[in-house]
Design a protein around this ligand. Structure first.
Ligand code: F0G
Length: 458
């Protein structure tokens, strides 16, 4: 059996969770239209819907929260956050934002013009949507290995540098307001990006005069993967690795709800002064004054502490170890997952275990519903429910290549016995996987349909 790293913390406050009866679960999922997003959280035993804003803050973060300065402008909380952001990421200017997508919205509003392209390894869905909302065209250029679930490439989130150069050549740098990289690559399995690749991406953008932005929600997990896997980094601290990564970029958007381990918050950083001024104006219009950005002073303080805690190496060793452990026990239960295990989540390859369910009947959805019925576990389909769309020309439905179910692990929240419980639940499902049936929509909105769609079992 894989080893489980002992949690480098002990528990000072608890939140009760409860496994409701199988009959209550059946009624709850039926009332939710078989969409796990519509379940009440109190009907869930283990919630792996997302690792975003769901982590447990530390005693030091709760202590910092009590010192929040709620002044409208120039609060001490802002100055403390500014110090941390500058120390860790080094950019010249920064503003807080209420979460990652708010930072993406402001950046896109300031830079993207209709018809322009924004390349990345893979955009997360909110980044993709914010670029599209300004008439832009997000473009994914991740390496080929990313689409093969069993390929053991150590940095499967890397950009395909040859493709990127060819893309810039074809589109023309004047049609690319900025380039991005998502670290780690959430949409592609939480996979890391190497320093060598970031360096090459930075060079490819900069040699053509294109500003380079990081989507840095999981900066700390990416830094620790570099420490573990990239030659020459074993003896460097995650803080130094982080500084080296961000020195390659001209700015970043960040959801602080992930590696900064806060329940709400985000950041937008830039080096360019003129851009910073434009951002401040846009921020004041949409989010709030530039020293609070839509957050309370106490949120800024919790973030300032969390930005460092996310980089703690004992914590990161446990964090990545816990994810790898969950992947290993799920594999032992008979379910293949994207290999190697990513940082924040395990991605089950539902399509390959439920071959009797075609794309159009949503194998990932079938498994997500079954995990709730069998064990009160909430996960998230990342497959045809989320991504299938009609071809604009032929009208034919285009399905994604993989039908995945993501089990995202909240930070410092669940223990080894919770992980074992998930493995046991999946083992029971595996023994009757042949009997699972698919679903059909009874309601589906046109965009971002996974959030509100309703289903019927077939
Ligand atoms: N970028 C990445 C890579 C993300 O994973 C997310 C959020 C965002 C940006 C947007 O940040 O939620 O603070 O507005 N990911 C969450 C998830 C929602 O479940 O993966 P946000």
């Amino acid at each position: 059996m894989p080893t489980y790293p002992p949690e480098p913390f002990r528990i000072k406050m608890v939140e009760p969770i409860r496994l409701v009866s199988p009959e209550e679960r059946r009624k709850a999922i039926q009332a939710a239209g078989y969409n796990v997003f519509a379940l009440r959280a109190e009907d869930i035993f283990i919630d792996l819907l997302t690792d975003s804003g769901t982590g447990a803050m530390s005693d030091r973060q709760w202590g910092a929260l009590m010192q929040g300065d709620e002044s409208y402008a120039g609060a001490r909380s802002f100055l403390r956050l500014e110090k941390a952001v500058h120390d860790i990421f080094g950019f010249n200017y920064f503003v807080p934002a209420h979460q990652g997508r708010a930072a993406e919205n402001i950046l896109s509003a300031c830079l993207v013009k209709p018809g322009q392209y924004v390349p990345s390894n893979m955009h997360f869905d909110t980044t993709d949507a914010n670029i599209r909302a300004r008439g832009g065209r997000p473009t994914n250029l991740v390496i080929e290995e990313a689409s093969d679930p069993s390929n053991m490439h150590p940095f499967k989130g890397n950009m395909d540098i040859a493709k990127l150069k060819a893309f810039i050549e074809k589109i023309g740098p004047e049609n690319i307001p900025f380039g991005m990289m998502t670290i780690t690559n959430n949409a592609g399995g939480g996979q890391p990006i190497s320093m060598a690749n970031l360096r090459a991406v930075s060079k490819a953008y900069h040699s053509q005069g294109i500003p380079f932005f990081l989507d840095a929600a999981r900066y700390a997990e990416n830094s620790y993967f570099i420490k573990l896997r990239e030659p020459g980094y074993a003896d460097k601290s995650t803080l130094d690795i982080t500084r080296e990564m961000f020195a390659l970029a001209d700015g970043m958007c960040m959801s602080a709800k992930k590696d900064a381990i806060v329940n709400i918050g985000g950041l937008l950083c830039v080096n360019d002064e003129a851009l910073y001024r434009t951002i401040c104006n846009e921020l004041i219009l949409r989010e709030g004054f530039y020293t609070y950005g839509g957050l309370a002073g106490r949120d800024l303080d919790a973030m300032a502490v969390g930005l460092y805690e996310g980089l703690d190496e004992a914590y990161l060793a446990y964090r990545l170890g816990q994810t790898a452990y969950l992947a290993a026990i799920i594999n032992a239960a008979g379910f293949p997952t994207i290999q190697p295990a990513g940082g924040h989540a395990v991605y089950i390859d539902a399509g390959s275990v439920l071959p009797q369910i075609p794309h159009g009947e949503f194998p990932g959805q079938a498994l997500a519903v079954e995990m709730y019925l069998e064990g009160g576990i909430r996960s998230c389909e990342i497959g045809s429910v989320m991504f299938a769309h009609p071809d604009p020309d032929s009208g034919e439905i285009i399905y994604p290549s993989l039908e995945l179910v993501r089990l995202a692990i909240p930070r410092r929240t669940y223990t080894q016995s919770h992980m074992d419980y998930i493995g046991d639940t999946l083992a029971r499902i595996a023994s009757r996987a042949d009997n699972l049936r698919g679903y059909k929509f009874t309601y589906a909105p046109e965009l971002l349909r996974h959030f509100t769609a309703k289903f019927q079992p077939l």
